[in-house]
Design a protein around this ligand. Structure first.
Ligand code: ADP
Ligand code: NA
Length: 328
């Protein structure tokens, strides 16, 4: 059986928000403790599926490394690297792309959504899920943390592992399994019917890990609730208050029932004060670390150099095996 190995990646698209932190990055920190081998990629090859300013991309990549470190990713426990620095990703993606049918990609929901937004998607955007499969399979990864919106992409990686192994008569790639996060989606503070997102135009809707304690308190105070003053958890009927309960629970690492019981006797206004306090406690150290790390460019570059070396050591033998099987 294959050694247990976790792979995940995040695009270098600016400062992580509370949804990224509580939904994804906090889990990355947990996984690096639980699995013997863990790789986290700053996915700049994925980022260029959409137009990027080169200088901004370079800055955003280092900033994302700083953010990941600030959130608790530990380069001694996880290989933290920049995707484009390991050329095997692109090469394996090409080989896997040649085993992928056009209709298989056309029916993936993200292509349907993103290509519509952009009118005409690029070939890169279209084959993005193949690159994701290559990211995962290149390291013979066995476990992949995924959100619900990524399940079909992981299924493509699973299919491509099977297709490659069968086609070339050799069990090169293990089946990567989904680690379905227990984390609920964090919703927009201004419109709890949609998820919190960096693309939200409303400045009060999204909390960032760089927000000051005052920013956080103000945004939570302005969060949309309803006309019932008691705090209950009912995402269908009371999405605003329930979002705050969800944030509270995730930030304090407790269940929603416990969060609700801590709110007993508080009206929603007072409860917002409590939620803000818990969030500030959680985010203030992250923000402090991030401010410090952002000034340490050479340290960030050293982390990426080391990540490139370690990821490359794992990727090279796999690609060598693949190349031999393919007939290169
Ligand atoms: P955004 O939606 O702000 O563009 P991304 O798509 O870059 O964020 O997502 C990066 C990671 O953060 C993904 O793993 C995604 O599932 C997670 N994520 C994004 N928004 C949220 C949210 N509101 N709640 C929980 N997780 C989220
Ligand atoms: Na998104």
């Amino acid at each position: 059986t294959a050694a247990r190995r976790v792979f995940s990646g995040i695009q270098p698209t600016g400062v992580p928000h509370l949804g990224n932190y509580l939904g994804t990055l906090d889990n990355w920190v947990t996984l690096q403790e639980r699995y013997p081998s863990v790789l986290y990629s700053v996915a700049d090859l994925h980022a260029v599926t959409r137009p990027q300013d080169p200088r901004a991309l370079r800055t955003n990549t280092l900033d994302m490394v700083a953010s990941l470190l600030a959130c608790g990713v530990d380069p001694r426990k996880a290989v933290l690297f920049q995707q484009s620095q390991v050329p095997e990703h692109a090469e394996l993606s090409w080989i896997l792309g040649c085993l992928t049918s056009m209709p298989r990609l056309r029916h993936l929901p993200q292509w349907k959504i993103k290509s519509k937004q952009k009118n005409e998607g690029s070939v890169g955007l279209y084959t993005y899920p193949v690159l994701q499969a290559a990211d995962i399979l290149l390291y013979k990864s066995t476990h992949v943390p995924v959100g619900e919106d990524q399940v079909q992409h992981l299924e493509l990686a699973q299919d491509l592992a099977r297709i490659f192994n069968r086609r070339y008569g050799h069990p090169v790639f293990p089946q990567p399994r989904a680690l379905l996060g227990s984390a609920r989606k964090v919703k927009s503070l201004r419109d709890p019917s949609s998820k919190m997102s960096k693309s939200d135009g409303q400045t009060m809707a999204t909390i960032y890990i760089t927000d000051t304690p005052d920013d956080i308190a103000l945004k939570i105070r302005r969060a949309v609730t309803d006309f019932t003053s008691e705090v209950t958890y009912d995402p269908e009927a009371r999405p605003g208050v329930s979002n705050l309960v969800g944030i509270h629970a995730a930030a304090a690492a407790i269940g929603v029932d416990e969060a609700v019981s801590l709110a007993r006797g508080l009206d929603t206004a007072a409860y917002k004060g409590l939620v803000a306090e818990v969030l500030v406690q959680r985010l203030a150290p992250v923000r402090q670390r991030l401010l410090r790390l952002k000034a340490e460019r050479s340290h960030l570059e050293a982390v990426l150099d080391e990540g490139r070396r370690r990821a490359g050591e794992l990727a090279a033998p796999t690609l060598q095996q693949v190349r031999r099987l393919v007939g290169f």
